[in-house]
Design a protein. Structure first.
Lengths: 334, 334
């Protein structure tokens, strides 16, 4: 009974076939702990799994589609279009199409309630655009596909520090249109909820200001006084441990004080997060019915086929998917 | 025999504040004299009092001419204007001290214009005292610009690995984006380029940040601000032989600069430059003004009237300001 709760069903895609995605997944699956923690559904085909195993130097042990899985990862045979062999280390339309198709199958399983989380290996933006992806980013696509209407945000996760954004891939000149009391509150709620689901009992959240020096009492903009400050007060009145707005050039120096930092725009968090380290970083699509997790790094064409791709991020992404999906299943069953 | 070390004029700041203490405190560190030839512009008697409260053993020598300066550790060479009253109390607003602080800056800027000093390092002045003395400037930067006939300056920050110059600074984020135009970008890059060359980098590689997330990702994010506001400036600069590259996604530009790809990064707005520099670790805050006849650095603290005259003032920021002034001052002089 409790077993079904603690073993979430996770759909896994290998990402762009030109990159290191397959190698990362193969290495992840080579750890017996991985299959012990989740029922894994590999959206792939035999050829892709074979290349992945060869890249990693360790074959993937999986159950064929339809066969008894016996606790092993199960192949969910893809219907994605394949041109024969994929070119490696280069962005191509075929690779982008393959990655998108497989992710779409995973989303379909999520929509049908057949999986509790999705883990996808790195995509390549150029490939996706060549393949005709119209949406500004993956999150927008997930949101549309799953017909979500609530507040969503990409969450950037480093060990010990999460960030969420009130606005994301929009023009900086129009960022203030997205900075509303409702949006700040919704983004903070989202960050709080996911931090809680990732096993932090009472998340501490620091909120960034929009303007330099947090507006210096209205001298450099009033968003802090009129919007962000009141939103923080609302959140505190709800009993959440939320503080700010703080000047964004120093809030990351105080990162030990927070479990999560809420930023007002994309670069406000991403500049600091990328300086703090690429190793182990995870991106989570937040605000969807299921957690969708992926390594924060890209396809790393320069190391494809060398067997040296770093698995820190995909391990962390898998771990988060398991924990968040497990918490949600627990909440749903109680 | 001439010395290759730059002569740095150190203005003593407001005599009622901690300026005199941080000046003598910093100059008590013999290592300062390995990097530069410090020349204080201020008040010899006040500096002796400050040395007493700081408990440092230095000989304060009032010079009759700059030529008498010896720049030896343990000796503080002072262009002594003798303007402070004998009984000036510590920690109290004094128009006389404000007037004197103004005169220190005036003399230092004359020394800079005449080429007798290669950089200026300023101890804090008190704005109220400056205004009470009838000099209605918002601060040092504007005062120095007026005294040297400079129309526009830029703010730079420096860490051992990364230097960043700002196109806009103390202005609300949305107003800052509106203010950016190709002319301002071009002039800022030129000031940074000149400063880098003067400090001994023959062909500086300059990375220019974009405005929008991912530098607009070819028009996907934003309203084409990169094409409109930045690219025309870069074309002009490159036609003039300046190696200005970009617009770069800001969230990777600083990472690349940190590993040595760029000598200077150009940030479009305050937090875009300040955030990463602080994450990269400024030991003690120092502001650098670029575009004056000489480089000017300043401590990041104020007059701290509450602790003036107690010997409690920290000298780290002044030592760092001197180090950065020496670092950026023209090489091979004297």
């Amino acid at each position: 009974m409790s077993n079904s709760v603690t073993r979430p069903r996770i759909a896994v895609t290998l990402g762009d076939p030109a990159g290191v995605g397959g190698e990362l997944v193969a290495k992840l699956l080579s750890d017996p702990q991985t299959a012990a923690r989740a029922d894994l559904v590999l959206i792939s085909d035999e050829a892709e799994l074979a290349v992945a195993g060869a890249d990693a130097g360790v074959p993937i042990d999986y159950a064929a589609a339809g066969a008894d899985s016996d606790g092993r990862p199960r192949l969910h045979h893809t219907c994605a279009r394949r041109p024969g062999e994929f070119e490696r280390r280069v962005a191509t339309e075929a690779g982008g199409r393959w990655a998108l198709d497989n992710l779409e199958i995973a989303l379909g399983l999520a929509k049908a309630g057949e999986v509790d989380a999705i883990l996808f290996a790195p995509l390549n933006k150029t490939s996706l655009h060549l393949a005709g992806m119209q949406e500004q980013d993956e999150l927008r696509w997930f949101e549309d596909y799953l017909e979500e209407t609530g507040f969503t945000s990409e969450l950037n996760v480093l060990p010990g520090l999460w960030t969420a954004r009130v606005t994301s891939h929009v023009s900086i000149a129009r960022v203030d249109e997205g900075i509303t009391r409702d949006n700040v509150t919704a983004a903070a709620h989202l960050l709080h909820r996911v931090l809680h689901e990732s096993d932090i009992a009472a998340p501490r959240i620091g909120v960034c200001a929009l303007n330099p020096h947090a507006g210096e009492n209205g001298s450099f903009g009033r968003h802090e006084l009129d919007i962000i400050g009141p939103a923080v007060a609302d959140l505190r009145a709800e009993g959440l441990d939320v503080s700010g707005p703080f000047p964004s050039d120093t809030i990351f120096l105080r990162r030990e004080e927070f479990d999560g930092i809420l930023t007002m725009y994309h670069d406000q968090g991403q500049i600091a997060m990328k300086l703090l380290g690429f190793d182990g970083g995870v991106t989570v699509a937040g605000g969807l019915r299921i957690p969708i997790c992926t390594p924060a790094h890209g396809t790393a064409f320069d190391v494809v086929g060398k067997g040296v791709a770093n698995t820190g991020s995909i391990r962390n992404a898998f771990d988060l998917a398991v924990r968040i999906a497990g918490k949600r299943a627990l909440a749903a069953s109680s | 025999m001439s010395s290759p070390l730059p002569v740095i004029a150190i203005t003593m700041g407001d005599g009622a504040g901690i300026g005199p203490e941080v000046v003598v405190g910093a100059l008590a560190d013999p290592a300062v004299y390995d990097r530069c030839r410090p020349l204080v512009v201020g008040d010899a008697r006040r500096l002796r009092q400050a040395a007493d409260v700081q408990g440092v053993a230095v000989e304060v020598v009032a010079l009759e001419s700059v030529a008498q300066a010896r720049f030896e550790p343990g000796r503080v060479d002072v262009v002594d204007l003798g303007l402070l009253p004998d009984d000036l109390p510590w920690g109290q607003l004094s128009p006389a001290a404000g007037e004197a602080a103004y005169q220190y800056v005036r003399v230092a800027s004359e020394l800079a214009v005449s080429g007798e000093v290669q950089a200026i390092c300023t101890a804090p002045l008190n704005k109220e005292a400056l205004h009470a003395a009838g000099h209605l400037y918002p601060g040092h930067t504007e005062l120095l610009a007026a005294l040297t006939g400079t129309e526009e300056v830029s703010m730079m920050l420096s860490t051992p690995k990364v230097k960043v110059i700002h196109v806009t600074t103390h202005i609300g984020l949305i107003d800052a984006i509106a203010k950016i135009e190709p002319g301002l970008v071009e002039r800022t890059v030129r000031r940074g380029h000149e400063a880098m060359r003067a400090s001994g980098i023959e062909a500086p590689v300059i990375g220019v940040c974009g405005i929008n997330p991912h530098a607009g990702e070819n028009g996907l994010f934003g309203a084409g601000e990169e094409e409109e506001k930045i690219e025309p400036a870069l074309e002009t600069l490159r036609a003039d032989g300046i190696d200005a590259r970009g617009p770069l996604p800001a969230d990777t530009a600083f990472f690349l600069a940190g590993r040595g790809d760029y000598d200077l990064i150009v940030a479009m707005y305050h937090d875009q430059g300040h955030g990463p520099v602080k994450v990269l670790g400024i030991e003690a805050g120092v502001n650098i003004t670029v575009g004056l006849p000489v480089i000017r650095t300043s401590v990041d603290h104020g007059t701290a009237f509450d602790i003036a005259g107690t010997g409690k003032a920290e000298v780290g920021s002044m030592i760092e300001a001197l180090r950065q002034a020496a670092d950026l001052a023209p090489v091979s002089v004297g």
